[in-house]
Write a new protein. Structure first.
Length: 180
């Protein structure tokens, strides 16, 4: 493999997109040079000048960078984003991290998500976090501050304020409710 190809892969250099594709023998997947997936071992990388050649060699396109040029329908794409949020809600999630993970501009991701889901990605993240917090408030005796950080909101005051704004109750009042 030429050194310039390897350097383009290491740097996620979008300038090389369309000029070559790289496949990883151990995963059976091929990507664009700009793909943000984990860096493979150099000895496992094969270079192809066309996506069709990679597919002919039995490699399948990466679901992240979509080197085959086939985009998911918006509904399926948003469903993937929602599943990712539901699985990773406790981690730092922002529009920027989502757009990097789903290989789209922040503007396009925000606009598409809101059109399909009816809420912005941030609002959805907050909904998922608050649902998880409610469950923890009901099923555990963890302090509110710990619950906030467990659901991805390290700032206890922000967590309590958001919780009260959305539910009409403080986390402590919610916990003390006789019926849930």
């Amino acid at each position: 493999m030429q050194e310039r190809y390897w350097q383009a892969i290491v740097a996620n250099d979008a300038a090389y997109d369309g000029t070559f594709y790289y496949a990883v023998a151990t995963t059976g997947i091929f990507c664009r040079p700009s793909c943000k997936s984990r860096l493979p071992k150099r000895e496992h990388v094969r270079i192809f000048h066309h996506s069709q050649a990679a597919m002919a060699a039995s490699f399948r396109p990466c679901k992240r960078c979509r080197p085959d040029g086939i985009r998911l329908p918006d509904e399926a794409w948003v469903a993937e984003m929602k599943a990712h949020i539901e699985e990773h809600f406790a981690e730092p999630l922002s529009l920027a991290t989502l757009s990097e993970h789903f290989y789209a501009s922040t503007y396009h991701l925000q606009r598409t998500f809101k059109r399909v889901a009816g809420v912005t990605p941030l609002m959805y993240i907050q909904e998922v976090r608050l649902a998880a917090a409610k469950k923890l408030l009901i099923t555990t005796d963890m302090p509110v501050q710990v619950i906030g950080s467990r659901v991805g909101m390290a700032n206890a005051a922000h967590f309590a304020t958001l919780f009260q704004k959305r539910t009409g109750l403080t986390p402590t009042e919610f916990r003390q409710q006789p019926m849930h």
